[in-house]
Design a protein around this ligand. Structure first.
Ligand SMILES: [Cu+2]
Length: 189
């Protein structure tokens, strides 16, 4: 009889903890990209829309299907929306957005959604070029001149340097040989 009472109490407690507060739990309302959707253009920002206001301590992660974490930046909570920048171009495949938020009732809520990335090859290359340019622009250590110089210019400069070095060495060798010859000729006299 004690066992039965204990079991009933346990069931009652489980019910209280699981079912009852569920009315107040903060779930995901919708998102961009949406659950199960296919993204066909470069994705640079993820936005989650929750049912209620959430606390600012929210955490979001993005993982590729092989488990690789893609770095998210600029995580921003604004009332019931939670967004983050995707810092690198996503290769085609399945991705999972997971979050850990605290809803309006103070309950931590963890969940995740998945979406597909399916971008045509050409579009991917364009995006990579854009990102390379963006990376050059944001590099604060480079001087303005360096920033303006394209890769081919840099290569040309390198080739020019090599050529002028070769020229210098050639001139030096000729000069040394000439001096040695002059010295030897003078000794012969
Ligand atoms: Cu709750």
């Amino acid at each position: 009889m004690k066992k039965l009472t204990g079991s009933l109490t346990l069931v009652a407690l489980l019910f209280l903890f699981s079912a009852s507060p569920a009315f107040a739990h903060t779930h995901l309302d919708t998102s961009d990209p949406e659950e199960g959707s296919t993204v066909t253009e470069a994705l640079d920002r993820i936005t989650l829309y929750f049912e209620t206001v959430i606390e600012e301590s929210a955490v979001m992660e993005l993982h590729a299907e092989d488990g690789t974490a893609i770095t998210l930046d600029n995580l921003t909570v604004h009332d019931d929306t939670f967004s983050a920048d995707v810092t690198e171009p996503l290769e085609n495949g399945t991705y999972t957005i997971s979050w850990d938020i605290i809803g309006v009732d103070g309950h931590p809520m963890e969940d995740s959604i998945s979406f597909e990335v399916d971008i045509e090859e050409a579009a991917v290359e364009d995006q990579e070029e854009e990102n390379t340019e963006a990376a050059e622009d944001t590099s604060g250590e480079q001087t303005e001149e360096n920033e303006a110089a394209s890769e081919s210019d840099v290569q040309e400069t390198a080739v020019d340097d090599t050529n002028s070095n070769t020229m210098l060495i050639t001139i030096l060798v000729i000069a040394i040989v000439a001096i040695v010859v002059i010295v030897l000729l003078k000794r012969k006299k």
